[in-house]
Design a protein around this ligand. Structure first.
Ligand SMILES: Cc1ncc(COP(=O)(O)O)c(C=O)c1O
Length: 358
């Protein structure tokens, strides 16, 4: 009898070591691993014709309405590039905040893989408004300007802030009035749902968002994101774009079953709500430390702070985290579904110690 737990692999990391660099430093949630095991064994048709991906359509429709179509992909950059291509003709451009992941953290993938021009707007808090959108939504019909035919907003944002429902409605309505389509980067949509205390459709489908990149990896999955078409009349051909963008998984059942584990019950909210709560705990702790300034509203699972650079550099020898802005010395601390209260307390104590305030 084969021992199903045996492996020649050797554990090469210390699971007690925690960091605050990214919410994808965490491992896989045990319920998600259990789901992968459940889907293992036997043969299933490849490339998304499997029973798990078929069922996933129901799961997504329950959350996002009867018209929603779910297309699992490997990663968030891929989800964004596939979704944006579906919104645009070859001469199209996307308006986004200059802090948007598609602009600063995707290595130029929208431009390189999608041939998409990004028109960026500077924002105080990572959020577009109708007025900010207008700064780039011009030149319609001018062949010299890449046509701003779509807008991309991120919920929760790259700066750890949240759009209210009214704020999203205002951007979506304005974009639609201008004839633009709306993409939402929902890499942390569950964090937004947990923080707003609203069902996810309340700030996506119900407001007229056309296509969504729905995140899983940052919320306890091994890997996987889903392009969710919310407006199938206007957003077509995702399946061809997914394949030609190298985002079509052959063993898709293992991506799909993870999303079932996340969304069939409340795991998505438990994980995201916990990560958010840990960020609030960290914020409260560091606000008590003289010389540490929390510089952005903490509305999801990120804390942004400014402290003396040499202190950050010493701290980085003890905990992983990134400088968000090398120029100002602003740092970003991310919390995950598996960050514990003890992790936060130990990290806050380390900050206090390095600040000489312990
Ligand atoms: C706002 C946002 N969108 C998308 C992604 C997904 O990126 P990846 O391609 O690393 O999965 C991330 C990850 O950091 C993100 O923060």
């Amino acid at each position: 009898m084969t021992d199903l737990t045996r492996t020649d692999a050797v554990r090469r990391h210390d699971p007690a070591v925690r960091g605050f660099a990214s919410d994808n430093y965490a491992g896989v949630h045990p319920e998600v691993l259990a789901a992968i095991t459940l889907a293992n064994g036997g043969h299933q048709i490849s490339y998304g014709e499997d029973d798990y991906t078929a069922h996933l359509q129901d799961v997504f429709r329950r959350h996002f309405g009867d018209k929603a179509e779910a297309y699992p992909v490997f990663n968030g950059t891929g989800a964004n590039v596939v979704a944006l291509q579906a919104l645009l003709p070859r001469w199209g451009a996307v308006v986004c905040a200059d802090t948007a992941h598609i602009h600063v953290d995707e290595g130029g993938a929208p431009e390189k893989m999608g041939g998409i021009k990004l028109h960026t707007v500077s924002t105080p808090d990572g959020k577009l408004t109708p007025e900010l959108l207008d700064r780039q939504a011009f030149g319609f019909g001018d062949e010299h300007r890449a046509q701003p035919l779509a807008v991309s907003i991120t919920q929760s944002t790259e700066l750890g802030t949240l759009y209210t429902i009214d704020e999203i409605r205002a951007v979506v309505d304005h974009a639609h009035q201008l004839g633009m389509l709306v993409h939402m980067d929902g890499s942390r949509l569950a964090n937004a749902a947990a923080s707003l205390g609203q069902p996810m459709r309340a700030f996506t489908t119900d407001l007229g968002v056309d296509v969504l990149s729905f995140g899983g990896t940052k919320n306890g999955l091994l890997l996987g994101e889903v392009v969710v078409v919310l407006n199938p009349e206007r957003v077509r051909n995702i399946k061809y774009l997914r394949k030609t963008s190298m985002q079509l998984a052959s063993k898709m059942r293992f991506v799909s079953v993870q999303f079932e584990a996340l969304l069939a019950g409340d795991l998505y909210l438990r994980n995201a709500g916990h990560a958010n709560a840990m960020a609030s705990r960290l914020e409260a702790a560091v606000r008590k430390i003289d010389g540490v300034e929390v510089v952005r509203p903490v509305q999801a699972n990120a804390v942004f702070a400014i402290l003396p650079r040499e202190v950050s550099e010493r701290l980085q020898k003890r905990y992983r985290f990134y400088f968000w802005n090398e120029h100002t010395g602003e740092v970003r601390w991310m919390c995950s579904y598996d960050t514990t209260e003890a992790d936060i307390d130990a990290f806050a104590a380390a900050i206090a110690e390095e600040m000489g305030r312990a």
